[in-house]
Write a protein that binds this ligand. Structure first.
Ligand code: ZN
Length: 224
C-alpha cells in the first residue's frame, strides 16, 4: 500500500512539471488550460485523486499565480456544489486561483439566478466543463427528507430548499442517499436542456457532468 501511495505522489509531481511546462509554452497566447471537456474532466479527476490520497500539491496558490490571473481568467471548469463546509471545490479537486468557477447552494438546488451563474462560465469565458457535485450525508437533503416525511414546513426561505428537493424525494422514495444522487442527475438534465447551454453541449464544446463526493474517502465518482 505505501508503494502505491508513493507512486501516486510521484505521478502527481510529474503532472505538476508537465503542467508548468505547458503553462510556460502557452504564456504568449494567454493562459494555458484544458480547452476540451474531456481534458478538463481528466484534470479534475487527477486533482481529486491527489486529494483522496493525501497527496495534494495545492497548485496555483501563490503570488505569481495571483499576478498571472489578475487581469484575465480562464477557468477550466464550473463546479456547482453544496454549501457544505466539507466540500470546498478547490480543496477536493486540488485546484487553485483562476482554475474553477464555484457556484454553491444548499444541496446544489437551482433557480434562475443560480443557473445564470452556472451559464456565465461556458457563455462568457468558454469554460468547457460544468460539474454538478452532490455529496454523501448532505445535511440539506437530510433536512428536506425529514420535513417531507413529517409533513412539516421549515421557517422562511428554508422551505424553498425543501420544495426544490421534493421531486427528488418522490423518485427516491425518501431514501436520503438516493435523493442526493437523483437530485444531482436532475440538475444536470435541467442545465443540459437550458437554452444557452444545450447548443454548446450538442456541438461538443461543453460537457455537463454529475458526480458524487464521499466524505469518508474524499473520492469523487461520476454519476452521469
Ligand atoms: Zn450538502
Amino acid at each position: 500500500m505505501p508503494k502505491i501511495m508513493n507512486r501516486r505522489a510521484l505521478l502527481g509531481t510529474a503532472g505538476l512539471v508537465a503542467g508548468g511546462l505547458l503553462l510556460d509554452g502557452g504564456a504568449a497566447h494567454g493562459l494555458a488550460r484544458p480547452a476540451a471537456p474531456d481534458a478538463a474532466w481528466a484534470k479534475l479527476r487527477e486533482g481529486n485523486r491527489r486529494w483522496a490520497a493525501d497527496a495534494a500539491i495545492h497548485p496555483h496558490q501563490d503570488l505569481a499565480r495571483r499576478a498571472e490571473v489578475g487581469r484575465k481568467q480562464e477557468p477550466y471548469a464550473v463546479v456547482f456544489s453544496c454549501i457544505d463546509s466539507r466540500v470546498p471545490p478547490e480543496l477536493v479537486f486540488d485546484a487553485g486561483l483562476g482554475d474553477l468557477l464555484s457556484v454553491r447552494s444548499a444541496a446544489q438546488t437551482i433557480d434562475p439566478l443560480v443557473s445564470g451563474a452556472v451559464e456565465y462560465g461556458p457563455v462568457e469565458l468558454d469554460t468547457p466543463l460544468v460539474v454538478v457535485l452532490g455529496h454523501q450525508r448532505c445535511g440539506a437533503v437530510t433536512a428536506a427528507a425529514h420535513a417531507l416525511d413529517e409533513g412539516t414546513t421549515l421557517p422562511g426561505d428554508l422551505q424553498r430548499i425543501v420544495e426544490a428537493l421534493r421531486p427528488a424525494y418522490r423518485s427516491a422514495r425518501g431514501d436520503v442517499d438516493r435523493m442526493i444522487r437523483v437530485n444531482t442527475a436532475r440538475t444536470v438534465a435541467g442545465l443540459k436542456a437550458g437554452k444557452l447551454l444545450a447548443p454548446r453541449v450538442a456541438r461538443g464544446q461543453l460537457k455537463i457532468v454529475g458526480a458524487y463526493y464521499s466524505l469518508d474517502t474524499g473520492q469523487i465518482t461520476r454519476l452521469v
